[in-house]
Design a binder for this molecule. Sequence first.
Ligand code: 8DG
Length: 320
Amino acid sequence: MSLSLDVAPYTLRPLCTGDGAAVHRLVNDWSVVRMLSHLPFPYPRELADQWILSTIDRQTAGTAWHFAICEGEMLIGCIGLSLGHPNQGAKIGYWVGRPYWQKGVATACVRPVVEWAFETLPISRILADVADDNLASIALLEKMDFQRSGTTHVPFLSRGPDPYPVLTYCRERDTSMDTTRTDKAASRILLVVAGVLIDGEGRILLAQRPPGKPLAGLWEFPGGKVEPHEAPEQALIREMHEELGIDIASGCLAPFTFVSENIGSRHLLMPLYVCRRWRGQPVGKEGQALAWVTADQLDAYPMPAPDRPLIPLLKELILG
Ligand SMILES: Nc1nc2c([nH]c(=O)n2[C@H]2C[C@H](O)[C@@H](COP(=O)(O)OP(=O)(O)OP(=O)(O)O)O2)c(=O)[nH]1
């Protein structure tokens, strides 16, 4: 249910409350903490727990995404992005525990996280701040096509009160990599139709985007792009048949609401229909995982950012 990224030979998974001891052990190390501006040295154990809880809250709110970097089961570092910076910016941050330096851990993680973020999050650029004596991180950012954008001065709690020079970096979205830009004549509007299937117990069907697709791992309402010749209802009936193997009569689709959201180079327009009657048993015909979810459980399923405002509307629909 939680979002994980495979960045072989490592895996990235959301932080959990049980990670406090490992985070504390690795961060409470002068050589690590001195590069992290907000942290004191020594680094108290309870700060690790507080930080992990804040990452969980911020992920639920959709304002930040933090991942534990794991080698097997072992947490060896963290990488994350916080949203809400100017010009649709997200700021990336990472650290790797000292025993795992010189193994290319950060190199293995930064590129896929950057790619994931540009595919998944409503952002146009990724920013990074790095202390000017953090030569390994400077080299890494430059290798990852981040451009130096300036210098600033920031106090580092562990180093004392005087502001310390920090280099700022930025990587803009590479619009040439947006598949949607390959046809320059294509409309900026991406018309996608989706359906909220509600079963007899008031549960909603979510489908997990399969590996290899953009936004892989996130949970969504089944549906897909409307072809140029199709009406939205036709497209939804087709998608439900192709993706779930069920048949829906057009009279069983009730318009519910719509999403209108900038998603980088395109603007997603997604009519959402509610459907309580269909023929057949939904199965993941394209290998996607499915989950029947109560209204109260919806928050626990990571979704594409445009879907999140739908959750309170669905709770109101189901719970009244
Ligand atoms: N189906 C669906 N798509 C969503 C939701 N939320 C959201 O942002 N999207 C976005 C993700 C994609 O950018 C786009 C759907 O495109 P898609 O690639 O899944 O469409 P498709 O099924 O026609 O796929 P394909 O044949 O082109 O591979 O809409 C949602 O709840 N359901």
